[in-house]
Design a protein around this ligand. Structure first.
Ligand code: DX5
Ligand code: ZN
Length: 217
């Protein structure tokens, strides 16, 4: 299975979203960052906008919820057809219950860990999730630098998933470029979110191919 490349539309032009979606037609999934100005100090959009993106996108959506109270809001994104819905471990009161609910609605369930959140509490629960998102920057903004100190956590998750024979996607998000993607791939990531490196490239489609090929080396 080649590396999955999920461009983050946080780096797209919000008033030309449909045009910018056209630039990433070769992506595996479209990464959609929902921020509430509470869990993170930044605000993007909510279900109404994500619903319209879902309507016009030919590619399935990978929704990353950087919000408080995901129990209240996450099921709504599954209902509007998101392919995967990822909520933050730090914000959830019942991560397993929420993941089960998302799966029962037909979405892939993901759990995200901020750079300072250890994976230890979740290692015995990995069967409950389809993907784990290891944040490689502090969530909230695009264009930050990759934090290599998060790699031991990724390795820990990969070995736990391999030991139990799980088909768990391990996603990294933040500061992914053609350089840092090598580090993350070697540590066990198979799904890569890239905002600025795709949308700031002269040719986003070429950048997606370059990232995919580099991660597979
Ligand atoms: C950050 C978001 C990321 C962001 C990544 O909080 O979750 O998805 O868009 O942007 P880059 O690739 O520019 O670091
Ligand atoms: Zn994200």
């Amino acid at each position: 299975m080649p590396a999955r490349i999920n461009p983050s539309i946080l780096a797209a032009d919000f008033v030309n979203m449909e045009r910018d979606l056209g630039k990433i037609a070769s992506a595996d999934l479209v990464h959609v960052d929902v921020m509430d100005n509470h869990f993170v100090p930044n605000l993007t959009f909510g279900p109404q906008m994500v619903g319209r993106i879902q309507d016009v996108s030919a590619i399935p959506l990978d929704v990353h919820l950087m919000i408080t109270d995901p129990e209240r809001w996450a099921p709504g994104y599954a209902e509007l057809g998101a392919y995967s819905v990822t909520f933050h471990a730090e914000a959830a009161t019942d991560p397993v219950g929420l993941a089960r609910r998302l799966r029962s609605m037909g979405a892939r369930a993901g759990i995200a860990l901020k750079p300072g959140t250890p994976a230890d509490d979740y290692l015995d629960l990995l069967e409950e999730f389809d993907q784990v998102l290891v944040m490689t920057v502090e969530p909230g903004f695009g264009g930050q630098s990759f934090m290599p100190e998060t790699m031991p956590k990724l390795r820990q998750l990969r070995s736990a998933a391999t030991a139990r024979g799980l088909d768990l996607w391990l996603q990294v998000d933040g500061g992914i470029t053609e350089e840092t993607i090598v580090t993350a791939a070697r540590a066990g990531a198979d799904t890569f979110v890239a905002g600025s490196s795709v949308f700031r490239a002269d040719d986003p489609a070429r950048q997606i191919s370059l990232l995919r090929e580099t991660a597979d080396l």
